[in-house]
Design a protein around this ligand. Structure first.
Ligand code: TYD
Ligand code: MG
Length: 471
């Protein structure tokens, strides 16, 4: 340590540090993520007075801590994903692709909170004051009493925040633009993002304001650079959606103050983001009945039932390896389902390209979608439309058995609410199973095996080998 800054290379994806540059990070396997960063802070730059260690207080588990105060924005979809509003003194990371609408969402939420009497500061490091004002005017929010600043040098920002008692919310748009002169690295590098994030989270905790960090996400889903940031904050929300689709999903992936996997659904309009209180209706809006290869899945997103259309298309393969293209679902699960349909039900699909799509661009991860995907595939293979007033849900096992999934009642209620007449679902095993009472107007078709599903379709000679033959 002869006072010489040593160059080191930091993986911008996972934060691993190496002495030598390499094309691929050894720790996480990502390519082209190593960037040179100077290890040591500039001499004297971090000269904080040394504090005297004075010990820590130890307490028992039993106590009378009040639940932390919440700031409700009044945008129900936003508040719900947070588990009931922003928590004072906590930090939230809002990630998403550039251009997806993060700044719009946060300006709307911040304006609502300011309008409700909270003291709100919105700091933009990406846009000019004029650009933010223009957006506010377009959204009809220019009267909202929030304080705006275009800044990116964190010590300056901290100095201002510290002089403002009673702050309710601070929005930093985006964390990638923030920098501290204590470090030589350029803004957006892991070193700067981590240092700026840490400092802001510390300020939020000591001053008691709710902090929202906006962060950009890379294509593979990681927030560029600050994976480390995810550990630092109390909640991580992703704002996602397909370009070209008008709706946007706010998805909770981590939340110390509420449930994760909760989603909020918004629709993009000329006047900003509008809440969608009934997402099923939106997702099913463009559905055409009586088309082969389409089935409606009664899913659960977080705590809320959502109905979605699943579309399958089989196309004859022109030669070579058949394609399996999946949008919005897991490719591995599709492969498994195809294998089960072939070996357990004798449905021949091997010579076909298979395309699967969750209509509307939503991404689902629930195994409960298996049965609906199977229905779409069987319908496509048999060129028989699935009954348009039926919803499907259930997990499919490797022997073709249909397994129970959670929250069946909630799924059925949603289906009934949207006017569906039938639900195809796993058969309740007698042992200990509570009887399902279907909502009025909904007829249940309980099945135990995928073969029962196939029986409902007029399977033409095109694909299926009868089950008897296979046995
Ligand atoms: P923006 O909020 O700037 O995205 P991000 O901060 O994630 O990069 O929004 C991108 C563009 O989309 C912007 O030009 C405004 C437009 N937009 C609308 O017109 N209506 C909307 O409801 C939203 C969310 C965005
Ligand atoms: Mg933005």
């Amino acid at each position: 340590m002869a006072g010489r800054d040593r160059a080191r290379f930091v993986c911008q994806a996972c934060g691993a540090v190496t002495a030598k540059w390499a094309g691929r990070c050894e720790a996480c396997g990502a390519w082209n993520t190593l960037a040179e960063e100077i290890a040591a802070p500039k001499p004297g730059a971090l000269a904080r007075p040394k504090t005297v260690a004075r010990g820590i207080d130890l307490v028992g588990l039993l106590g009378t801590s009040e639940p932390p105060p919440r700031l409700m924005s009044g945008i129900a979809e936003f508040d719900r994903v947070l588990g009931g509003g922003l928590v004072a003194g906590s930090a939230v990371l809002v990630g998403g692709d550039p251009g997806i609408g993060k700044s719009t969402l946060m300006l709307q939420a911040a304006s609502r909170l300011a309008g409700n009497g909270q003291s709100v500061i919105y700091i933009t490091g990406e846009e000019s004051i004029e650009q933010v004002r223009l957006r506010a005017r377009r959204l009809g929010l220019e009267q909202a009493p929030l304080a705006l600043a275009a800044a990116s040098h964190l010590p300056d920002i901290a100095a201002t925040l510290e002089t403002r008692p009673g702050l309710g919310l601070v929005v930093i748009d985006s964390i990638q633009t923030m920098w501290l002169d204590a470090f030589d690295a350029v803004p957006g590098t892991l070193t700067q993002v981590r240092a700026a994030g840490f400092e802001l989270v510390r300020l939020a905790k000591t001053l008691g304001f709710a902090l929202v960090l906006v962060g950009h996400v890379t294509k593979d889903g990681a927030i560029a650079g600050p994976r480390v940031l995810e550990h630092m904050v109390d909640a991580v929300l992703y704002f996602e959606g397909e370009r070209g689709h008008q709706f946007r999903i706010l998805r909770g992936v981590k939340n110390r103050f509420g449930a994760t996997d909760e989603i909020g659904v918004f629709e993009m309009t000329d006047h900003g983001l509008a809440e969608v209180a009934n997402p099923s209706a939106l997702f099913l809006a463009e559905r055409r009945g009586h088309v082969a290869g389409s089935a409606v899945f009664a899913g659960i997103e977080g705590t809320r039932p959502v109905l979605l259309e699943i579309q399958a298309l089989l196309a004859p393969n022109a030669g070579g390896t058949p394609r399996r293209a999946v949008l919005g679902w897991d490719a591995g699960r599709l492969a498994m389902l195809l294998a089960v349909l072939e070996t357990r039900c004798g449905l021949r699909l091997a010579g076909n390209d298979v395309h699967l799509n969750i209509a509307g661009g939503l991404r689902i991860t629930e195994p409960a979608a298996d049965l609906a995907v199977a229905a779409a595939l069987v319908s496509a293979a048999s060129e028989t439309p699935a009954s348009p007033d039926t919803v499907y849900f259930g997990e499919v096992g490797l022997s073709g058995e249909i397994r129970q999934v959670a929250l069946a009642e909630a799924r059925l209620r949603e289906a009934a609410k949207l006017g569906f007449a039938r639900a195809c679902l796993p058969r309740r095993l007698a042992r200990g199973a509570k009887r399902l009472v279907p909502p009025e107007g909904l007829q249940l078709q309980e099945i135990g095996h995928l073969g029962d599903l196939l029986a409902g379709f007029a399977v033409s000679g095109a694909g299926r080998k009868p089950r008897r033959e296979a046995e």
